[in-house]
Design a protein around this ligand. Sequence first.
Ligand SMILES: C[S@@+](CC[C@H](N)C(=O)[O-])C[C@H]1O[C@@H](n2cnc3c(N)ncnc32)[C@H](O)[C@@H]1O
Length: 363
Amino acid sequence: MTGLRQTGRAGLEFLGSLQHFSSGQLRPVASRDFYADPDMEALGDAPLGDRSRGELEAILGRAKATAAKSQAFRFERFYQRLVAEDVYNRGIPAAEELRPSLKAMAETPVDMSQAGSLTLDPSLEQDDYYEGVEWHLMPGGWDGYDLAGPMFMLGVGPMIFSRGGYAAVEVDADISQQRMQVLGELPRRDYRRVYEAGCGGVPTIIAIRKSFPEAEIVASDLSTHMLKAGHRVAGMLKLNVHLKQEDCRRTSEPDNHYDAVVSYAVFHEMDDQAALACLREMFRIMAPGGDIVISDPGPVRACTPFQAVLYDWETEHREEPWFTASVLRSLPQMMREIGYVDVQEYPLEQGPYPWITRGSKPV
Ligand SMILES: C[S@@+](CC[C@H](N)C(=O)[O-])C[C@H]1O[C@@H](n2cnc3c(N)ncnc32)[C@H](O)[C@@H]1O
């Protein structure tokens, strides 16, 4: 397989190390500074717990002001932002150096006999909450760069993301393993039909296929590039998944059909209305007795005051416009109002990420 050239690789490895240093070394110092402040010391470093939205917002405002007083915090956040931008400033030239061979690689025939299928819909409208957003500062958004797939696979993924320490992901955390753990939270092992809402380039499908080898798997996303790249991966790994370019708030799926629904890292990219519409749609397509598992960053009430500041930072500084809104809302409340039963929420590990929300459709 083509590898990045030395300069491109070195640049990305440097960013991976900088992010690791920032999250692993500077962040604990910033946290100590934060709780040394009398206001935050009085509040304490326990999760904020159940409070009104107004109260949580007020605490967040005070906590942000306190954090900003710490030099360690300012450096830590400066490095986070620098890495988030430079991923593309360095990653794109590193991929461009190899454009002909990456293109050739992308066009090399793959045995697609067990890929499943890909249904694209060029007329699909992108909605207000999604339209024009350059997610994670990616120029042009999810569909903005044609070599994004190989850039992530050869460089950004292994050299930066695999080291953790960005957004809600803890330093050194293994998010592939976390996806398997999330699937383990579904209460049954005998699902026949599984649906994933917002599958991206299929990393969670890999975990779904491993967890449910015999199930029919259908998944949706809005992004053309990610679905195309995902379909190719599906061929290589024989995932046998049916990928559809459609909005998970209004799918073409039949009523009462899927006995399991999965969503990983999607709800924090939705505004409240979109989140509600997606939950309603998933309820519609779920079979009676079916189960849903959702994994995303946990709510503010599960965060310590310092974590709440870090989560909020994503909204303004890493192009995640709905991150703060997503952690202030209550998915379980929305789900109960729709009719889901046995709704539960809890962390998978210590701390608010990965956070599980699950429920079922009544029989
Ligand atoms: C952070 S990615 C997560 C992708 C994947 N679930 C994973 O495990 O990596 C969020 C994905 O949600 C998709 N998405 C956002 N809103 C959507 C919608 N309304 N319908 C379908 N997909 C959506 C985005 O296109 C993006 O690929």
